[in-house]
Design a binder for this molecule. Sequence first.
Ligand code: C2E
Ligand code: CA
Ligand code: CA
Length: 744
Amino acid sequence: MAQPRPPSKTWRFSTSIFAPVIVSLVATAIGVVAFVLWSTANIDQRSLQRETQSVEYAIGEILAGVPREQESVTVWDDAIIQTKFGFNQNWVHVNLGLWMHDFFGHDRTFVLDPSNTPVYAMDGGKLADTELFTADAAAFEPLIAELRGKIAAGLLDNYNAGTAVELAHAVDVTTVSGHPAIVSIAPIISDSSDIFQVQGTEFLHISVVFLNQAFAQKLARTYHFEASGFSTNQPSDGAQAVYPILSKSGRFVTFFEWRQDRPGARMLSQTAPVLAGAFLVAGVLVFLLLDQLWRSTQALETGHRRAQHQATHDSLTGLPNRTLFEDRLDEVLAERTAGERTAVMMLDLDRFKQVNDTLGHAAGDELIRAAAERLRQLLPPEDTIARLGGDEFGVIHPLIGPEGDAMVLAGRLVAALARPFEISVSETHIGGSIGVVIFDSTSTRGTVARNADIALYEAKSAGRNRAVLFEERMNEVLQLRRTIEMELREALRRPGQITVQFQPLYNACGKSIIGAEALARWEHPKFGSISPAKFIPVAESSGLIENLGEYVLRRACELGARWPDRTIAVNISPVQLRNPGFSRLLFDILKQTGMLPSCLELEITENILIDDESQISDTLRTFRAAGIRIALDDFGTGYSSLNYLKRYAVDRIKVDRSFVQQLPDDAVSYAIVQAMVMLAKAMGISVTAEGVELESQRRVLEKLGCDVLQGFLFSPAIVEFKLEALFRGDNVDHYQQIQPRLSA
Ligand code: C2E
Ligand code: CA
Ligand code: CA
């Protein structure tokens, strides 16, 4: 019955809830982080672009600014006069050199005469040797050539005409004395146009501004760069941005470097802790949520399991209930392979109802629990034991060994139940009956259960406290009982099939008829006559005996009313006697038919007296008080206890025909009958002997002292009108007619 185990609850929870939630949480986190990183990088990139543009612009501005500053001294009549017309070293130093240094921060100044020979040099605010120019001449020469070229091309013509917009100068970035520097060269010209110079004879003014740290700081102040400077090497610090400054001819001169502004990174550094915090909080929330979910899932599952257990188990014993039992049986039937056999046992506690009624329900419950526990302990763990109802249990037992093993086990269960139970109120004896069925691959649940029930029924009718193995024969018997029941029901509904015949009762000498016993007869249109020995038990177990009994009683009383000096005996079933309405029915019938109660004799079996039911003894007392006589039928076959005779005070015993038929030769039967008659006489009880077939039997019975005789010797049961003929006086005839035949 091994089944693949369903995936565990934890596993299902992890795969269906936990994993997806965590995965999406992590994915979201990764997405957000990636987006933030991407956008901050993007912002930083744009910021760098903007800064680079600013640097470009600033460099341009500086390159444009240096000539403009120069212009403040080179476009000046006085400057021409102080250079060209008598070179005044002192004036030139103050106005063309120091001025540029002090006021604009230019580092070096040179003045060249028209032949491009340096006539003045200033370095760092001090008068310097013109050799300083010669040392870097190579750096200046291209610019000088450019400017002289421009002037030769007539640049100053426009200027002299007062229409020039472009300043006459040449500017570039280059290397001076090994340092990057801006070099700007301008001609010294008139501001008033009053002084005329022949083109090409102008003095030239050269300004050198080193791209050094001081300059870089000035730049930084003006354009808001941080930690800026010039360097010919790429900075190793990744935080520094660089802009290569090239000469006009495209030659690399230096890098301008500055601390790159990273607004993205800044934003990231500000938002990262917030983001991390947010993720942490979200993570904690999700965790709490998952935890809550897990708990409620667990609670739900526990509830579900509990509900399922309640639906499939009996609350009193904790054993599986009928539903689960049937499910398991279905499973066994479905999974069984050919040749594999299983035993199913239906078990019923004997006398449980009595315990329940007399000791109370609490004791009953306790007893059921104790019995269940006893049974459970005897069964191997792979067996299923279920409580199917009140005091009914079912067992599914897989058979490994021979069939006999199942019966051995069943026998053990019976023995266990037969041992007394110590329950809180008292020690109790019950017992159990078991029906066992062994089945293989061909059966269905319905047949298995039915056959087990049939075997159980057999066990009970065989006297309880035993285990019975189902045999096909039992099914046939049951089938027959069912058919009989169906047919009997039908027969009782329509008149004709069921009749009543009467068997005459004679006095001891066999000479006079004193009455008759009413016996039911069934003439079935198809099956012919059916013996009461067959249909009476069926009528009793199906309840049909009530109808049948009433019918017989009515017919008997109708006859008895016409013969007030004769006794009419009627057989009464225990089922009828237990019905509280029976005495009323009987008295009604007596009244309706007009029969005298003293003429009626009720035949009951002694077994009914054992149960000591107060209902029955009350009823019997009432009948006797009314003058109705009570006879104990089939005396000697049951639990014949003289005690009952005393307690119930019956009027007559009917010695069973099994004893009579052994007469006269069997000494034991003789002794028994003799003892019975003697005891009855001693107690003032009359004795009938039934089943008298032989004259020799009659003689013995007469001698022993039996009052009344009944049997085929005198007459079988006959139809009413024949009996009435005997009553009328042909009785002697009848006996004497058959007498010679029997004796012969
Ligand atoms: P019982 O009450 O012992 O009835 C006597 C039975 O013995 C009758 O069988 C009768 O035919 C048979 N019998 C009579 N004399 C002789 C004889 O000399 N030799 C032999 N071998 N048998 C003899 P029957 O009619 O087949 O009835 C069988 C049983 O059915 C009765 O046994 C009685 O217990 C029951 N029964 C019959 N009719 C009724 C009825 O109306 N109500 C109830 N409750 N039971 C009935
Ligand atoms: Ca009888
Ligand atoms: Ca009898």
